[in-house]
Design a protein around this ligand. Structure first.
Ligand code: SAH
Length: 374
């Protein structure tokens, strides 16, 4: 460890934290206290770690060690209770992280009203939507994040840190408080695979969120889908399908040129599912582009024999996006084709559309006039 360099505790796993403590000439059990303070108590500064002797706090700080939790720079509150957070990192880059007090509707697909109050509780099944990169390189034609391009990968600490910052801000303590994580924010998690997977392990082992409460969505990075299937600890898998044939998919998602539907569906078919697990396929409905009943029939063919469910998302519009949102009856018709073919299909309720917090709308939109919360 160089004395001059900055070391963030958030993002370090148990063995790295132990090594840091031992280099400082301290007993290994101090590592447990650091991990507890960072990931469970979610302290913001080393001075707050009351289990450590004062001399050690001073020494760590003078060694350039800090907690390194990302900062909440802004909050935007939606009418439906969704909160979009602007989260800032040490180098000044920012991402967005979304708090959904009642989940995203795609999990249960139960049609509960957005923002419906649950008797005696603030929320029932909150979901945090986590970002994995600053911007995104995948260039999906209907997504606002794509317009940013990719600035950089997030570190494991910056991914875990988003979750810790929101848990602290909402005063939520897993596993006692039920919280789901979806890695569906800015960026393509499978293009930042190692950092993403390290973050997952820290969230499971140190923060206390069960892997069964996490879902990662990929635009279809086929080799990483295969790697992901081999992981001992892993979230559930969602794949952004968004089109029913190669011609359409290549138009909407240029990465389909590299990994086409045949390659994608082969990886999905060979993906080792656990007991009762299904792969979720997301499908953004774009008016008169990919939303006809014929497209739904093609989806049925693609998914034949797969343990799958489909989450339909009517396009969330945005400036610079050249597609329109289909009418509700068109969405319902598409859904019916899938359901009649025996494929569970749910329409995801848009959450926080009024504050640009919904799927495909995350883009560091600080300039957009919304009411800051709290
Ligand atoms: N890059 C990953 C993780 C992001 S998930 C992925 O693509 O899967 C974001 C989800 O929102 C994806 O399923 C994507 O297809 C969907 N989406 C993107 N733009 C959207 C928009 N404008 N309206 C609705 N959904 C959109």
């Amino acid at each position: 460890m160089e004395n001059s360099s900055q070391i963030a505790l958030v993002g370090l796993d148990r063995s790295e934290t132990t090594a840091l403590v031992e280099r400082a000439g301290e007993a290994a059990y101090r590592a447990g206290q650091l991990l507890e303070a960072v990931y469970r108590q979610r302290v913001e500064a080393i001075e707050e770690i009351s289990t450590l002797p004062q001399a050690l706090r001073v020494k760590l700080a003078s060694d350039g060690v800090s907690v390194g939790m990302p900062r909440i720079e802004k909050r935007f509150l939606s009418q439906d209770g969704t909160v979009r957070y602007l989260i800032g990192f040490a180098d000044g880059q920012t991402v967005e992280t979304v708090w959904m007090p009642e989940g995203d509707g795609g999990e249960a697909g139960d049609g509960t009203e957005a923002g419906a109050a649950v008797e005696g509780r603030r929320w029932d099944r909150a979901t945090i939507c986590v970002s994995s990169q600053v911007g995104c390189a995948v260039d999906c034609q209907f997504c606002l994040t794509a317009l940013l391009g990719v600035k950089r990968n997030l570190t494991a600490g910056e991914i875990v840190g988003q979750v810790c910052a929101l848990l602290k801000d909402r005063n939520v303590v897993p596993p006692e408080d039920r919280v789901n994580l979806v890695f569906m924010g800015m960026g393509e998690p499978f293009l930042n695979y190692e950092n993403f997977m390290k973050a997952v392990r820290l969230l499971v082992e140190e923060v206390g969120v069960a892997e069964s409460r996490m879902t990662v969505s990929t635009a279809g990075i086929v080799p990483r889908i295969r790697d992901f299937g081999k992981e001992a600890i892993r979230p559930k898998l969602a794949i952004s399908l968004n089109a029913s044939n190669d011609e359409l998919r290549t138009r909407l998602m240029p990465l389909n040129r590299k990994w086409n539907l045949e390659m994608l569906m082969a990886a999905a078919r060979e993906f080792p599912l656990r007991n009762r697990e299904r792969i979720t396929f997301e499908y953004v409905l774009l008016n008169e582009v990919n939303d006809a009943p014929e497209h739904a029939k093609e989806v049925v063919e693609l998914l034949r024999g797969l343990r799958a469910k489909v989450n339909l998302i009517a396009l969330n519009p945005g400036p610079g996006i050249a597609f329109a949102t289909p009418a509700q009856d068109r969405v319902a018709e598409f859904q019916q084709v899938l359901v009649k073919a025996g494929i569970p299909a749910f329409v995801r309720r848009p959450r926080g559309r009024d504050i640009y917090a919904a799927c495909g709308q995350l883009k560091r939109t600080v300039e957009i006039a919304t009411s800051p919360a709290r």
